[in-house]
Design a protein around this ligand. Structure first.
Ligand code: CMP
Length: 143
């Protein structure tokens, strides 16, 4: 079953959007199979964002993402990678559709609330960076 990595960034936590964001994914029908609330170490954040190394915003991005707690999650379900990206919106909140998370709650690209994997390859890579197999629970629902 398809899985994606989603992180609520420090700004999303500080703005008390954790419940709102999790509710959107749950109501859509996706299954939360892993979650941790952590202040990421710089090394971990650097691994996650290695494709952006050398860009002007890279060091600031690492400073910010390691500045406070984030909610790292794995969501599972049919088409979850692409659908989560639609639910999240564009990288720049001002270019995001209203109705998306960034479109509804953000303005600044450096404070865009949430991260979601952009492809199957990056989902697999990012899940592997943040979680071990033992931390992922693909439970069956009896309800
Ligand atoms: P994310 O989806 O997590 O992937 C890379 C992140 O880099 C992006 O969201 C933004 O938070 C950040 N980012 C991209 N472009 C800029 C920019 N021009 N200035 C600051 N941060 C940026």
């Amino acid at each position: 079953m398809e899985r994606t990595f989603i992180a609520i960034k420090p700004d999303g936590v500080q703005r008390k959007l954790i419940g709102e964001i999790i509710a959107r994914f749950e109501k859509k029908g996706y299954k939360l199979v892993a979650m941790k609330y952590i202040v990421p170490k710089r090394e971990l954040a650097a691994k996650h964002y290695e494709e952006h190394k050398g860009k002007g915003f890279y060091e600031g991005l690492l400073d910010f993402i390691t500045s406070g707690p984030i909610v790292a999650m794995v969501w599972q379900g049919k088409g979850v990678i692409a659908t989560a990206r639609k639910m999240i919106g564009q990288t720049k909140p001002l270019e995001s559709e209203c109705g998306s998370i960034r479109g509804d709650f953000g303005i600044e690209v450096g404070r865009n609330i949430i991260h979601g994997s952009d492809s199957l390859d990056s989902a697999e890579r990012e899940i592997g960076i943040w979680f071990s197999e033992e931390e992922i629970f693909d439970y069956e629902s009896s309800l």
